[in-house]
Ligand binder design. Sequence first.
Ligand code: ATP
Length: 231
Amino acid sequence: MTLELENLSKSFNGQTAVDEINLNVPSGSMYGFLGGNGAGKTTTFRMILGLLQPSAGKITYNGKKIDYDVTNDIGYLPEERGLHPKLKVEEQIRYLGQLKGMSKKVIDKKLDEWLERFGVPENRNKRIEKLSKGNQQKIQLIASIIHDPKLIILDEPFSGLDPVNVEILKTAVKDLNREGATIIFSTHRMEHVEELCESLCILNKGKQVISGNIDEIKSDFGQKEIIIEGD
Ligand code: ATP
């Protein structure tokens, strides 16, 4: 399975937000989207997810035009967190799992496994608004992957978290990738991409500055570190 973006573009009211992006995300890879505010990361993700119609270009998955069956199965952690503060963790996850056609029994089992992995089994019956930011983000990750998606898109999953929780989330993302999921995530920080990914795409004002295998990019540039502006 490969996700391919070909000349993908999006304009809003005549303003170009994403400008002819071309890239290939191989199956089982971890792919980093790096760029500052307004670079076009979220807009690109929304097009892959079928939430926005591209102005031009195409998206293919396994060589076929991406369709609802694929987009509905993608695990998505949005930048603007989508949890309901008044729901208990188990109510929120059951609701989202059932929307994906899962049985309550299977949802509960997976939720227990993930809360165990994160070392917070006691959070199952707590209201989301009562949890710390780091613990809410763990629930947001569980919400996005409860249905075992093969492709997972995480929009700035580590932003706004303390260093301990960044490490916990990174470990979870690495585990998901090791267990077979293809993962794309966005970040403002090169260090996250270098630690987790084999490939990256740097976006700036909607344009693809550079993309591909990180080691190859580094050797092409003859330098040890890639430094981007704005962070
Ligand atoms: P950030 O790191 O701040 O989330 P980003 O890289 O995700 O940034 P986008 O949210 O994709 O960037 O925004 C790219 C550009 O498109 C910005 O100039 C933004 O203002 C514009 N944009 C995004 N969505 C819309 C919209 N629905 N209507 C109009 N303009 C939009």
